[in-house]
Every structure is written in structure tokens, then in C-alpha cells.
Design a protein around this ligand. Structure first.
Ligand code: IMP
Ligand code: MG
Length: 187
């Protein structure tokens, strides 16, 4: 039985659909890096469920680490200053980095993160996002290697994605109806 929610949330992708697609991506990554090791970077907090599932589907020697960054719009890019809330535990020079994101929206967060990681001289830098919302893109020069699902321009919650820090624990991905009207009524 599902718990009572404050908002209307319509299911868009079931847990099974997400799991199947994640397995496909895991297989592609396994094939691509055959004979090597990978360093998976889970971008907190939204990617935590996806990264956990993906990690299990990659059959290679792996290091798993976490990073938390915030983007401050285009100002971030011009200043060139990274915005790290939590950094990786170890240096990553010479590693096959795989950045795991929940959703690519405007692109500012990922753009900031990739610039930062490139400076650390990894062997390769691969980007993997569960969702892509291309209609809202502002930074256009981001190359994504693996995308789970392309989604329409709606507010999405569940499977790690939040609305005001809630709904990350939903096992599916859904659209939050009337997101703007309900802001601030969660507590
Ligand atoms: P960007 O910097 O605009 O690409 O935004 C990326 C971040 O914004 C994601 O990692 C999410 O944490 C958050 N985000 C963007 N769109 C949504 C959404 O529809 N639902 C929940 N969080 C979102
Ligand atoms: Mg978020």
C-alpha cells in the first residue's frame, strides 16, 4: 500500500522499466571498459538510487564515490569556480571516471562538474544520466554518453528526485502535478 501524499503524482516510469533500462546501460559500460576498471561518481543526492542500481549492473572492477555540487547558473561558468559541497575521497588522475546524474535539465550542474573533473586529468570521462529534459537546456556543449530516458518538460519526482526534499523514496518516477502552486505546503 502506498502512503498518503500531499500532491498528485502520476506514474511515468515504473521501477521495472527503470531497472531494465539501467541493466542495458550497465551492459554497455561493461562492454566498453572490458579489461579496465572504472570509477563511478554518484552525484548527490538525486542520483543515489540510479547509481546504486547501475553499479550492480556493471561487471568490472569498480570504485564508487560520491560528490555534491551546486551550480549558480552561468556565473559559475564565467568565474570558473567550482561549487563543491562534498568532494571525492581520492585523487582520480588516470581513472576511467563515470559521472552518474539523476537528470540533465538546464545543464549548469553537469557543466560545472565536468569542468572540475577534467582538471584532475582522468584517463576518460563518461557521462551517464538517468533522465534528460532537453527542452530546458541552457548549456548546449555537454556530451552525454548514456541516457536512460528522455522526458518532457514537467516536474519529476521519485527514484531519487525530490520536490522540496520530499518524494526521493518513491520507487517509480512520476510527474508532480501543480508543482508551483503547492510549493511550501509540504511540512
Ligand atoms: P540543471 O543544473 O538545471 O541541469 O539541474 C540539474 C539538477 O536539478 C538535477 O540534478 C536535479 O537535482 C534538479 N532537477 C532538475 N529538474 C528536476 C525535476 O524535474 N525534478 C527534480 N529535480 C530536478
Ligand atoms: Mg535536486
Amino acid at each position: 500500500m502506498e502512503y498518503q501524499k500531499k500532491h498528485k503524482i502520476s506514474v511515468y516510469l515504473t521501477e521495472e522499466q527503470i531497472r531494465q533500462r539501467t541493466a542495458e546501460i550497465g551492459k554497455s559500460i561493461t562492454d566498453k571498459f572490458q579489461g579496465e576498471s572504472v570509477y563511478l561518481i554518484c552525484v548527490l543526492k538525486g542520483a543515489v538510487f540510479f547509481a546504486a542500481e547501475l553499479a550492480k549492473q556493471i561487471e568490472l572492477p569498480m570504485t564508487l564515490d560520491f560528490m555534491s555540487v551546486s551550480s549558480y547558473g552561468s556565473a559559475t561558468k564565467s568565474s570558473g569556480k567550482p561549487c563543491i559541497r562534498k568532494d571525492l575521497d581520492c585523487p582520480v588522475e588516470g581513472e576511467n571516471l563515470i559521472v552518474v546524474e539523476d537528470i540533465l535539465d538546464s545543464g549548469h550542474t553537469l557543466s560545472c562538474l565536468l569542468a572540475l573533473l577534467r582538471e584532475r586529468n582522468p584517463k576518460t570521462l563518461t557521462v551517464c544520466t538517468l533522465l534528460d529534459k532537453p527542452d530546458r537546456r541552457e548549456v548546449t556543449d555537454i556530451t552525454v554518453d548514456y541516457t536512460g530516458f528522455v522526458v518532457p518538460d514537467k516536474f519529476i519526482v521519485g527514484y531519487g528526485l525530490d520536490f522540496d526534499q520530499r518524494y526521493r523514496n518513491l520507487p517509480y518516477i512520476g510527474f508532480l502535478e501543480d508543482a508551483d502552486e503547492n510549493k511550501g505546503e509540504l511540512h
